[in-house]
Write a protein that binds this ligand. Structure first.
Ligand code: FE
Length: 138
């Protein structure tokens, strides 16, 4: 269940987001594989919700799944991710959403790496990125 602490009208979201971000996050769309801006990124930092800015995933949990979408083996905080069964397109999948604003993020699958065995498969368009400066090379 999504708590929907953040309420905005559809018109507010349309104004805040690009048309692609709106289609994906508010209408449960999907970006084509290997087209998003983050699927191949190895930069260190934090991925936040493109809609509400909630920190969702760290680069420390990002890995190359080969799927063409940014993939993480765990969220920063599980309480920030809402899940729901998605039976569309003849598949049963687990949809993931931002707990705070209900943004569609992608899906979570049970074919990820250890230690969780999970793959949080997220649309780049659902994310913003905040790079982290590296402290003196430590
Ligand atoms: Fe959000």
């Amino acid at each position: 269940m999504v708590s929907h602490e953040i309420h905005k009208s559809e018109e507010d979201w349309r104004q805040k987001l690009t048309p692609e971000q709106y289609r994906i996050t508010r209408q449960k769309g999907t970006e084509p594989a290997f087209t998003g801006k983050y699927y191949n990124s190895k930069e260190k930092g934090i991925y936040t919700c493109a809609c509400c800015g909630n920190p969702l995933f760290s680069s420390e949990s990002k890995y190359d799944s080969g799927s063409g979408w940014p993939s993480f083996w765990q969220p920063m905080n599980e309480v920030d991710i809402a899940t729901e069964t998605d039976s569309n397109y003849g598949m049963v999948r687990t949809e993931i959403m931002c707990q705070h604003c209900g943004a569609h993020l992608g899906h979570v699958f049970e074919d990820g790496p250890e230690p969780t065995g999970l793959r949080y498969c997220v649309n780049s368009a659902s994310l913003d990125f905040q790079g982290k400066e590296i402290d003196g090379g430590v």
